[in-house]
Design a protein around this ligand. Structure first.
Ligand code: DGJ
Length: 721
């Protein structure tokens, strides 16, 4: 049993393979947190109630229970706890105070699906604890869920509210996860960024006060990724404590990390107040999205691998194809200038070079010749596809490639038939000018008519067309977040309802086109989150395909997400890569994740085409399963030195793929790279050079000579004899 309750001690004990989570019901009323970390023996920490001045208390328990000073499980607003609180609900009196007391619990196998929201899939080991809390004055039931994935050392959390009163309640803040940690001796690793520079790594010591991550943009955003880690100050890849956190949601969010006077650290993840409100009518329920956490006492690397395993096994959709297709995408080569002839050339060259699929990016529909028009009009441009989409796609596929297509369902250009017919279908606030970004407006995905229109349009255009792949883009953030169809008192729900509409359409795509995979994209990796990963096999990592920048973006991404989620293309702004070393360097960087290509391959020389063909052959034959399914070990951090180095290995540790990237020019030196996962008694051959190494040698480290010039890379593929 992963979850137990001891009725004598009143302790709930949640165990994973390598971690333990404990809390206790004190005074029969309050769930007080006591431990999250290593597996413990008989000696478990007990509830303690320190006592600081100015802390309010209840008459019954006096200073033996000071809500502000204890470690808690879930905390109502204005309930005597001045730290960040989890739930704020305004009642008809205008009071927002919430006091939560213990009512009961239930423990069951498996999990409950979250209606309308993405959530992790259960397996035979999954168990759930439902902790039932109650606010007496508001007659509000608050169920806090702990779902445990023991093999991956992951615990997920979410909350369900039920208004059991006869009055309306306005939910103003709803967190999915609260975790109190007993000290603040941690570093926080998180990713900031912007378009083309997403997921930039930062590691900072925690300080007194709030150090929050958030998005108010209606998308999880390029600006702060929802993944973060708290680790001991001395934590390295291989040693020390590391807690990882993430949110299975793609819209606006709030993650609070707060160190208060007591020196404890409060972590919260959920729907913050800036972009969230929900009206609960009598009898209604509302469920928050799911947040996840993991713990490792074997360094940051193990924390990452916990999440890698969890995301691969419980979040990502099943692979559609036996081998993940290597794509050739038209965007950087053609932008909007696509037509049948160009695409057919791409298909022929793809077939020649063993590329599996051509993805026709933006520019194929409506009056789309630039970013100013066409979004919303999801029918093929008759000037570009004279005989319609189906015969064209059939022709493409007759060349021996799969076919993918670009869509951006959530958006509309003012210059489109859709907007002319339905200006009321975009997000707006009465009396305010509509603000554009990339010359587009945001469709009101909270309106079921809009979602139905999209389903009907795509059905009409795509039914009967042999599409293998959708690239689902989203190229602006949400402003003026009001839905014209919601009554005034429900307007604050637009942001969350928008996401429900998006998820509904994603699910519809998955069901309607079960043989097609989805690549998610939001101007690159602007929605690189677990919500999107539930429906998309991979995500376009960044619009920045410069390998130097990609090295940084991919390094950070790998800390929270598996390589299988990273779509990585060999590309070049000059649109051709004739230089052999450049082509290899870009390939080596792209092998950090799922390989693809994005340059004008039809124009490349035969030599370059032959090189690409060889790259793909090697990838499918030797590397792909290691990268997409293997265990990842990071050796050097490109934010802290001039190199990136990492390897992937299989379970048996009989195959090891090592990559070394040098970023800038420097005086030549020798770097020692240790392969700690090599088997001591084994003998390995590097298949790329034929050189033999004993396991002992790999453990002691191989010597890598750096070069004077910048942008160098090397790979080794060690296979046990
Ligand atoms: C942004 C994406 O990230 C690009 O790859 C491309 O699909 C463009 N949008 C098309 O408009």
């Amino acid at each position: 049993m992963s979850i137990t309750f001891n009725p004598e001690t009143k302790v709930f004990d949640i165990k994973t393979k390598n971690s333990e989570y404990l809390f206790k019901i004190v005074y029969d009323k309050f769930p007080a947190h006591t431990h999250y970390g290593d597996l413990l023996g008989e000696n478990k920490p007990d509830f303690s109630s320190p006592c600081y001045s100015f802390s309010p208390y209840y008459k019954e328990w006096g200073i033996n229970y000071l809500p502000n000073d204890v470690m808690s499980e879930y905390v109502g607003f204005d309930s005597g706890d001045f730290r960040a609180t989890s739930l704020r609900v305004q009642n008809e009196e205008g009071d927002s105070m919430v006091v939560l007391k213990y009512k009961g619990y239930s423990i069951f196998d498996g999990r409950v699906e979250l209606k309308g929201l993405p959530s992790a899939e259960a397996d035979e080991n999954t168990q759930t604890l439902e902790l039932q809390l109650y606010d007496e004055v508001n007659e509000l039931e608050v169920n806090v869920y702990y779902t445990v994935f023991p093999e991956e050392d992951v615990i997920s959390r979410y909350v369900k509210l039920k208004n059991a009163s006869q009055k309306e309640l306005l939910v103003e803040k709803l967190m999915s996860l609260l975790l109190d940690l007993p000290h603040h001796d941690y570093d926080m690793i998180s990713f900031y960024g912007w378009h083309c520079r997403e997921r930039q790594y930062q590691r900072n010591p925690l300080h007194y006060g709030a150090q929050n991550l958030f998005s108010r943009r209606g998308a999880s955003s390029h600006q702060f990724n929802p993944f973060f880690c708290l680790c001991s100050k001395d934590a390295t890849q291989d040693e020390g404590e590391a807690y990882g956190f993430n949110f299975v949601y793609s819209g606006s969010y709030l993650e609070e990390v707060e160190v208060e006077q007591t020196g404890t650290t409060r972590v919260q993840i959920g729907l913050g107040s800036d972009n969230f409100q929900w009206l609960l009518e009598p009898g209604e329920e509302f469920t928050s999205p799911e947040a996840v956490m993991t713990y490792s006492n074997n360094g940051i690397g193990q924390m990452s691998r916990n999440f890698h395993n969890f995301i691969r096994d419980h979040i990502l959709p099943k692979e559609i194809f036996d081998k993940r297709p290597v794509v050739l995408n038209t965007w950087e080569a053609c932008f909007f200038n696509i037509n049948e002839d160009v695409l057919l050339q791409f298909a022929e060259t793809a077939a020649e070079t063993d590329i599996d699929m051509v993805v026709m990016d933006d520019g194929w529909f409506g009056a789309r010749n630039g970013d100013n028009a066409g979004l919303g009009d999801w029918y093929e441009n008759p000037k570009k596809f004279k005989n319609g989409l189906k015969p064209f796609v059939d022709k493409m596929k007759s060349k021996g490639v799969k076919f993918g297509i670009w869509i951006e369902p959530e958006m509309v250009n003012p210059d489109s038939d859709l907007f002319r017919a339905h200006p009321e279908w975009c997000l707006q606030c009465k009396g305010r000018e509509l603000m554009q970004s990339r010359r587009q407006l945001v469709l009101d995905m909270s309106n079921p008519d809009v979602v139905q229109y999209l389903k009907d349009s795509f059905t009409k255009t795509f039914d009967g067309v042999a599409i293998d792949y959708f690239k689902w883009d989203m190229n602006r953030h949400l402003s003026q977040v009001g839905s014209p169809v919601l009554p005034a008192k429900r307007k604050g729900e637009t942001s969350f309802r928008y996401m429900l509409g998006v998820y509904e359409l994603y699910r519809w795509f998955r069901e309607k086109y079960p043989n097609a995979m989805i690549e998610n994209c939001s101007g690159g990796g602007g929605r690189y989150d677990l919500g999107m990963m539930k429906y998309s096999t991979m995500i376009w990592t960044s619009d920045n395909t410069d390998p130097h920048r990609r090295t940084h973006i991919q390094y950070s991404s790998m800390m929270g997400y598996p390589a299988a989620t990273m779509s990585c293309h060999v590309s070049n702004h000059d649109n051709c890569i004739e230089d052999e070393k450049q082509l290899q360097y870009r390939y080596h960087v792209a092998l950090g994740g799922a390989l693809g290509y994005e340059f004008h391959l039809p124009r490349a020389s035969q030599t370059a085409k032959d090189a690409v063909k060889k790259q793909i052959e090697d990838y499918h034959r030797d590397y792909e399963d290691l990268i997409l399914k293997g265990d990842y070990y990071s050796l050097l951090n490109p934010y802290e030195c001039n190199y990136n180095a990492y390897y992937y290995t299989n379970n048996e540790r009989s195959r090891i793929l090592l990559t070394f990237i040098q970023q800038e020019s420097e005086d030549v030196k020798t770097i020692n790279v240790k392969i700690a996962q090599a088997k001591e008694d084994a003998v390995y051959t590097d298949k790329l050079t034929g050189t033999k190494y004993t396991g002992k040698e790999l453990l002691a480290g191989i010597s890598v000579e750096t070069e004077e010039s910048r942008y160098n890379s090397r790979m080794w593929y060690f296979v046990e004899e």
